[in-house]
Write a protein that binds this ligand. Structure first.
Ligand code: HEC
Length: 202
């Protein structure tokens, strides 16, 4: 057989394999509800892991492990991350569990076994084609804050009930929730607005 014919056959076989793999990946459509096939999960997670340069993956956390670093990371997490990941990192939130890929349980070994550098890279750059946003400022001026978040993620498996309560107070609130809380406070202090008082009289 001529050389070009052999090459053409190899290329054809490769095309068929690629088309088959593609079909296996997308036959369930692209809904965020449907569980993807094992092949799709494998391809996507491998591609994601390979996308992190090894120099970034191997970076050590320059922020020392201290109660203050963990606390600052915790307060920032409550404000920016808990909406998807939950205060306890489980990801069991309306946003977190209805995305695909779902927000992972950050307390599990799938996350905890990753290097600090890998977690930093993920928070700084986000994960393309997923719900995970890129949080880092382009000039890395907030690098310390991100490394503190990594310290807090390491602390998640030992989060106490008191810490979780502290976080709940810092979770973002909608304008109507803020208004309701303000009205409740005013009412308890006895200086409710006029129309509120009228409503409460009958
Ligand atoms: C809008 C929802 C959303 C918000 C807000 C969010 N995340 Fe995520 N996060 C995700 C999703 C979805 C993934 C899974 C991405 C994937 O499958 O690769 C993820 C993945 C991660 C991972 C990688 C875990 C692993 O095992 O690879 C880390 C670390 C992380 N998030 C930290 C954070 C931090 C810290 C914040 C706040 C600064 C944050 N996330 C805010 C949705 C979110």
């Amino acid at each position: 057989m001529k050389r070009w014919k052999k090459i053409a056959i190899v290329l054809l076989v490769l095309c068929i394999v690629a088309a088959l793999a593609g079909w296996l990946c997308i036959r369930n459509g692209f809904s965020a509800r449907a569980e993807p096939s094992a092949l799709e999960v494998f391809v996507a997670t491998r591609a994601r892991a390979l996308a992190i340069p090894s120099a970034d993956r191997d970076r050590a956390n320059p922020v020392a492990n201290s109660a203050e670093a963990v606390n600052e990371g915790m307060e920032h997490f409550a404000d920016h991350c808990a909406i998807c990941h939950g205060n306890n990192g489980k990801g069991d939130t309306a946003f977190g569990k209805n995305l695909y890929p779902k927000a992972p349980d950050l307390r599990l070994t799938t996350t905890q076994d990753k290097n600090d550098g890998e977690l930093y890279y993920t928070i700084y750059n986000g994960v393309r084609l997923t719900g995970m946003p890129a949080f880092g400022a382009p000039d890395q001026s907030d690098a310390k804050l991100t490394w503190r978040l990594v310290r807090f993620i390491r602390h998640l498996p030992e989060l106490t009930a008191a810490e979780q309560k502290h976080m709940e107070a810092l979770n973002p609130r909608s304008p109507s929730e803020v208004r309701e809380e303000q009205e409740e406070d005013d009412f308890l202090r006895g200086d409710a607005p006029q129309n509120g008082e009228k409503e409460n009289q009958h």
